[in-house]
Design a protein around this ligand. Structure first.
Ligand code: ZN
Length: 105
């Protein structure tokens, strides 16, 4: 597994969300710009939380652990936030280790 996905996987254990633990790591040029796990619904998804903590993520890649069996893609809301923030690429892994890479621009 990619080291950033491995970091997202590790971070996802911090999540207190009961149904779907998630974590996002935003990386550019080999450096972590921001990271976050998700918490309850009220506080939002890991991607949104990580974006809210970062200033400039233009051209960065987001690595996301999404512990869901069905999907390893961003939800429509997070996809929109990632695109608006200028994230270039999204790399998602689900609980089965299935990886999906999506170019956002
Ligand atoms: Zn989302």
């Amino acid at each position: 597994m990619n080291r950033w996905l491995a970091l997202a996987h590790k971070l996802s254990f911090d999540s207190c969300h009961r149904r779907e633990q998630m974590a996002a790591v935003i990386v550019r040029g080999g450096a972590v710009l921001s990271l976050a796990s998700n918490h309850s619904k009220r506080y939002g998804h890991a991607e949104a939380r990580a974006l809210s903590r970062a200033k400039d993520v233009e051209g960065a890649t987001v690595y996301v652990m999404r512990k869901n069996k069905l999907t390893s893609k961003p939800c429509p809301n997070c996809r929109q936030l990632l695109i608006e923030a200028g994230i270039a690429k999204a790399v998602y892994v689900n609980v089965d280790g299935h990886v999906e890479i999506e170019r956002l621009r």
